[in-house]
Design a protein around this ligand. Sequence first.
Ligand SMILES: [Zn+2]
Length: 336
Amino acid sequence: MAGTLRIPGFVNAHSHTFQRALRGRAAGSDFWAWREVMLAEAERQTPDLVRDAYEQGYREMLAAGYTAVGEFHYIGVREAHAAAAAAAAAGIELVLLHVAYARGGLDRFRQESVQAYLEQVESLRAAGIRVGLAPHSVRACPAEWLEEIGRYADGERLPLHIHADEQPKEIEECLAEHGCRPIELLARTGCLMERTTIVHATHANGAELDLLSAHGSTICACPTTEADLGDGFLPAERVRTRGIPICIGSDSNVRIDPFEELRELEGIARRQSGRRGVFSTDELYAFGRDVGARSLGLDAWPEIEIDLEHGSLRDVDSEHVPAALIAGCGADVVTS
Ligand SMILES: [Zn+2]
């Protein structure tokens, strides 16, 4: 169609779609206060609610240019089937990152053993749902669970996603329990691989980043959520110098806009370094697409169409459109 440009779709590597309901109403004083409101919202979820709200959420992602999503799912097996049905109805590629939760959180999050968790994973696979392994965090999973899950992900060649180093308190607790930091514990328990994605890594120190680099693991950055929750921001320049692959996620879905996530990522790097163009336009698009797809184990995902006549692109030469999309556009430039 004249006036449009077809480009590969974006890959949303980390989403908790039910959290979209919290936008504007989970103020609180910090992450931990927000978490209480989030847990109350999680508690009230049912398969019917998930089926409806997730289809709506996935349609919003598609409208914003995300054509694949990794759903980091910790609210139950029946709800996992509902999420998969919602994704099929909306027409988005889904990888269900089924969460292992041994302790803390809500009753409904927890499995009684790591074997019970892996049986859930097997049952989802048997139902034809594309899955990944997702120990929630080192807060929620003890070392024995991590060892077993790492072994299974490696043996079955499945993605492994885990939250780590989002909040300083989580690191302090890990140091107290294990005498090492979260990413060091993941290395010790066999959870760091090329197929591993660390969600956030906001407060990762140099030794932890070196481990990610040595194991070829990926970081999923979620800049709009990390800002909203007061987490902090990715040590972008230190990640870049180590060549650690980065992908993006809409996480809490306060914002659903891949251009904004990428712009924030580059903005963080500029604020930290005092330079411009820390990541090239090509690198930023790779973060938004190929790296996310690899992190989820996806080979193919649909394209999208950009409205070149949108006001945000007025008078932009065609050669500058890719950079202008990231620098100055919102997701409303996506037409399909
Ligand atoms: Zn998350």
